[in-house]
Ligand binder design. Structure first.
Ligand code: CP
Ligand code: NVA
Length: 308
């Protein structure tokens, strides 16, 4: 039994076995209708709580569907409607939930909430996004890249825009899966230096290049995300748009990357802000595979957590 809290705190070997498991399970379904149970039912008789303190489409639906395909049951809970949102401590919530369910997935604000949940729960806890990281998303991204282009090790991934929570998990993945990472964006929105240092300590090249056109040279994958995340104050919107406008992923930028460079976005996207519709809907974009693979990657994460 183990929690899946972040990519940099999970071993390289375990991360690889999760990706391999996800591919195996995806292949085994062989395009069956979504409600068809998997042949194997590793979550039979298991109950999974999905707690959301922020909105979600993909995380909510893919976790719920994944549990059902594997024979388990879910309860989807909104933090606001729980006592959690009315002053009951995280630790007490974790202790109580552990008496009812076998696994907890939580999407929350502060990383400390996730850590406290994991510390006091006696069942595994999965990080479904915090202000600081989004590891399930990047497991899906790695899986998606490898489906299209083979091993990601040694490739060049460029992140253009805000050095946010999703970017952080991508930098962790650079270190753990062995690919080079370049961030391009304005200095106030740089990713945390600690994450770049983590990747470098694993022996990969992790750098910041201010000029987006230079940054994407030789890129095998170009990634961006919303310019204003759920935890950012809406009042920052105009300033961020002004800071980030030059980092939009558009056709001109993609033309500077390798001709076969893929484009990814965790979604939801703001069309024609951080990325043009032309790129999102263009031949290099794999965003719908990326969204689908959340399902398969998270199923493998849940199996790893429960050891089933
Ligand atoms: N990418 C992602 O996590 O999407 P949701 O916010 O819809 O879950
Ligand atoms: N960076 C975004 C990702 C949403 C899936 C946010 O935190 O709002």
């Amino acid at each position: 039994m183990q929690s899946f809290l972040d990519i940099h705190t999970t071993s390289k070997q375990d991360l690889r076995s999760i990706i391999d498991g996800a591919r195996r399970m995806k292949d085994a379904r062989n395009g069956a209708p979504k409600g068809t149970p998997d042949t194997e039912q590793p979550l039979a008789n298991r109950m999974v709580a999905l707690i959301f303190e922020k909105p979600s489409t993909r995380t909510r639906v893919s976790f719920d569907l994944g549990v059902r395909q594997m024979g388990g049951q879910t309860m989807v809970l909104s933090g606001k409607e729980m006592q959690l949102g009315h002053g009951e401590t995280i630790a007490d919530t974790a202790r109580v939930m552990s008496r009812y369910v076998d696994l907890i997935m939580i999407r929350t604000f502060e990383e400390a909430t996730l850590q406290e949940m994991a510390e006091y729960a006696t069942v595994p806890v999965i990080n479904g996004l915090t202000n600081r990281t989004h590891p399930c998303q990047i497991m899906s991204d790695v899986m998606t890249f490898e489906e299209h282009r083979g091993p990601i090790a040694g490739k060049k991934v460029v992140w253009s825009g805000d050095g946010n929570n999703v970017c952080a998990s991508m930098i962790h993945a650079a270190g753990q899966f062995g690919f080079d990472f370049t961030f391009t964006g304005p200095p106030p929105l740089d990713p945390e230096a600690e994450w770049l240092d983590f990747a470098r300590a694993q022996g990969v090249n992790a750098q910041i290049v201010r000029d987006p056109a230079k940054a994407v040279e030789g890129a095998d994958l170009v990634v961006t995300d919303t310019w204003v995340s759920m935890h950012d104050p809406q009042s920052a919107k105009e300033r961020r748009h002004n800071q980030l406008r030059g980092y939009q992923v558009n056709r001109a930028l993609m033309d500077r990357a390798r001709p076969d460079a893929l484009f990814m976005h965790c979604l939801p996207a703001h069309r024609d802000d951080e990325v043009t519709s032309e790129v999102m809907d263009g031949p290099n974009s794999v965003i719908w595979d990326e969204a689908e693979n959340r399902l398969h990657a998270q199923k493998a994460v849940m199996r790893w957590c429960l050891g089933v």
